[in-house]
Design a protein around this ligand. Structure first.
Ligand code: AMP
Length: 368
């Protein structure tokens, strides 16, 4: 186990496996390009080790160059990618093969394709040492890859965590043992969002409220927002496929979080199972599901009060509120058994002052 900044990493891919994968990629590309003189274009910074070892394994005429992109994780859902080191010259009519250290969502790749789209290269191919097929958006074909890997946060062999770890000869994965992942459970108005604000500060967790993400998308008129709006306006649940995909994207945007608070998710059995499978694929798990309990009359009064302030239309109409409660009793309440079977279900009295309830939640988390 090694430590980089605040996080621990455990061995994942050995030096030998990496070198074998590099050799395989070099041999495959050589079979296709040995009689031409391709230009290999490494994508900095992460690919420098791969490019170096790749070129040593590629024993035919070739040239090498680099581009550098920088991605920022802004407030919006898509990171902005900026070019810091531009295209090599004299690539017109040439065979260009991009050498990437890793392909995950495909955002950087999209920018690369865009970068080369105005050039008259003869052929444009993509080779990546590591390939996260589970999260790749699939927009472009990956022509060559060395190793297909699950969606883990990795460092080493050129890849970094906050700039550290690039010099390791082997690849390590983030150790998730210290992560705390919580599901906040309870009817609308139970106080999940309010309590999440306190817990996220206290434990340095990322709070994901599916309701908030939907409302953000509706406000911004995105495709997802337009799709969700009709359901939310009536107090119905948005279809599982849409919600699950959105949740996975939100988790994927925070690969180095110390843990997550899931608020308003899962709400159906299918969502609970999808969440478990998804977390398992990332070497993560739910530690506890904590239900905030309060009776309907208290909840209705709270929601109507909130509706006056927030302007949420689904909080202003008693019929819509009752429909949300019905959806809860029908589809969400049965999840109690799902988590009880896993010994993860905890119940907390959700009536009292905000501080009192935070205190009750903290006690449960401390007991984990
Ligand atoms: P909330 O803010 O959690 O009360 O969510 C508001 C509305 O967003 C719900 O009434 C649903 O229409 C929709 N929604 C939020 N989370 C989910 C989910 N996990 N599954 C389906 N629909 C959801």
């Amino acid at each position: 186990m090694i430590q980089l900044h605040d996080k621990f990493f455990k061995p994942f891919i050995s030096e030998k496996e990496i070198q074998q994968a590099v050799k395989r990629v070099a041999d495959t590309i050589a079979a296709d390009y040995r009689d031409t003189t391709p230009i290999f274009v490494g994508v900095l910074n992460g690919s420098f080790m791969f490019v170096s070892d790749f070129l040593k394994a590629y024993e035919y005429p070739c040239e090498v160059s680099f581009v550098k992109l920088s991605s920022y994780q802004g407030l919006t859902s898509t990171g902005i990618v900026e070019t810091l080191l531009d295209l090599p010259e004299n690539i017109e009519g040439r065979d260009v093969i991009i050498l990437e250290d890793i392909i995950d969502t495909g955002r950087t790749l999209q920018e690369l394709v865009h970068l080369f789209s105005n050039t008259n290269v003869k052929e444009f191919k993509i080779a990546s040492l590591f390939y996260k097929s589970e999260v790749y958006n699939g927009e472009y074909a990956i022509d060559y890859f060395g190793l297909e890997i699950p969606d883990r946060f990795i460092v080493g062999y050129g890849l970094d965590y906050k700039e550290l770890g690039r010099n390791f000869r082997e690849v390590y994965q983030l150790n998730q043992k210290h992560m705390i992942n919580l599901v906040l459970f309870g009817k609308p108005g139970a106080g999940k969002g309010t309590q999440a604000q306190f817990l996220k500060e206290q434990y340095n967790l990322k709070h994901i409220s599916t309701g908030d993400v939907f409302r953000f998308n509706i406000k911004n008129g995105t495709e997802l927002g337009n799709l969700a709006k009709s359901y939310i306006d009536k107090g119905d649940l948005v279809p599982d496929a849409v919600t699950i995909k959105m949740l996975e994207d939100e988790v994927g945007k925070n690969p180095d979080a110390d843990g997550f608070i899931f608020d308003g998710f899962p709400r159906t059995a299918a969502q609970a199972e999808a969440l478990d499978n998804f977390l398992e694929s990332k070497d993560m798990k739910i530690n506890a599901t904590i239900a905030l309990e309060a009776n309907d009359e208290v909840l209705i009064a709270r929601l109507l009060e909130r509706g006056k302030v927030s302007g949420r239309s689904d909080d202003q109409d008693v019929d819509k509120i009752r429909n949300r409660f019905e959806e809860y009793s029908l589809k969400t309440a049965p999840l109690k058994n799902y988590y009880e079977d896993q010994n993860k279900f905890h119940s907390v009295n959700g009536i009292g002052s905000i501080e009192e309830i935070t205190e009750r939640l903290t006690k449960v988390i401390a007991s984990l």
